[in-house]
Design a protein around this ligand. Structure first.
Ligand SMILES: C[S@@+](CC[C@H](N)C(=O)[O-])C[C@H]1O[C@@H](n2cnc3c(N)ncnc32)[C@H](O)[C@@H]1O
Length: 310
């Protein structure tokens, strides 16, 4: 390194060293070896041009990285001086000690046989997104994936870093992980309505990406298992042009937002995509966020319909 070369941190140096090692004689240092010189001579003009471009790129990489780092720092400093509230950095997030509430959100992954491979991959993405939002939430919940196995497990195990996600991966079904009285299966088809979230309870989301082809499946199975179920109180707060069936990650995010703000309406508006055509209900303020609505039974957080029919 010449005297004018930029000073680079140890970690950068290590990264670069690693890259140099893996790209064999393509790299500046390696081309100096005799065998590589010989190889260079036997290269076509096109290959030699590529080689020169790569060498030039590697030469300036440390300087470029340093400039990028400084630019990012400057942008951050400027945002802070303008009073912008910045999201926590990755480093901060790693340092942050997660203190989840005693509410569990469970993604029930027992529907693999009902999904095409592409939809299993989509579900994995949604599970990953749930992890990211739970991690960033000021009120994280316990995040459990139940009936974990099969193709989904293979996909997840091949994702880098997935094993470190703060998720409890369980092969058991949700009803062997929690006692029946603590389970609430979320389902758009339920005749009951969720009014608030309670500590100690487990809220189950059906891990199913089906593009509406398996309407009511999760609800049907929850009824068969004899667990309580409830829909989100969407129609109490907003009018929607399309069906009220949401994706796994949207439901997850709504629960987290509600847990944080104790306000269903704002949770729905901040999460439900605009294309669903959500509009505020004029009388929505008549519904309070934490109380049982009229016509309910003795439950505290799920308001049940009078007839109990689906
Ligand atoms: C894409 S939906 C699956 C739709 C599927 N046809 C079914 O049988 O539920 C994924 C899951 O999100 C939850 N969900 C979606 N919309 C909901 C709503 N309006 N209320 C409560 N839960 C909902 C349910 O747990 C549902 O199983």
């Amino acid at each position: 390194m010449s005297q004018n070369s930029p000073v680079i941190s140890l970690s950068d140096a290590e990264v670069i060293k690693e890259e140099v090692n893996t790209e064999s004689c393509d790299k500046e240092e390696s081309v100096k070896t005799e065998s590589c010189e010989a190889e260079t001579k036997t290269m076509s003009k096109n290959q030699q041009r590529k080689q020169r471009r790569l060498e030039a790129k590697l030469k300036f990489r440390p300087e470029k990285r340093k400039l990028e780092r400084e630019r990012r720092k400057e942008k951050r400093r400027q945002a802070i001086s303008e009073g912008v509230v910045l999201p926590p950095s990755r480093k901060k997030l790693k340092q942050k000690l997660m203190e989840p509430s005693d509410i569990s959100i469970v993604v029930d992954c027992s529907f693999e046989e009902h999904m095409h491979d592409g939809d299993i991959k989509k579900l994995v993405k949604q599970i990953q997104h749930c992890y990211a939002i739970n991690r960033r939430s000021p009120c994280p919940c316990k995040y459990v994936v139940s009936s974990y196995g099969g193709k989904m497990k293979d996909i997840i195990e091949n994702l880098s870093g997935a094993t470190q996600w703060n998720i409890s991966w369980r092969e058991e079904s949700y009803d062997s992980l929690f006692s029946k009285e603590n389970i609430v299966y979320l389902s758009a088809e339920s005749e009951n309505t969720l009014t608030c979230l309670e500590e100690g309870k487990a809220y189950i989301i059906g891990g199913l990406v089906d593009h509406n082809s398996k309407k009511g499946l999760c609800h049907e199975l929850a009824v068969k298992r004899g667990v309580r179920h409830a829909q989100l109180p969407i129609s109490q707060y907003i009018d929607m042009k399309s069906r009220k069936v949401l994706t796994v990650d949207h439901v997850f995010e709504i629960l987290l937002k509600f847990q944080q703000q104790k306000d269903w309406e704002s949770a729905f508006f901040s999460v439900i995509p605009k294309r669903k055509g959500a509009q505020a209900k004029l009388d929505s303020n008549l519904c309070s966020s934490g109380h049982v609505t009229e016509g309910t039974t003795n439950e505290t957080e799920v308001s049940e319909s009078n007839d109990g029919k689906t």
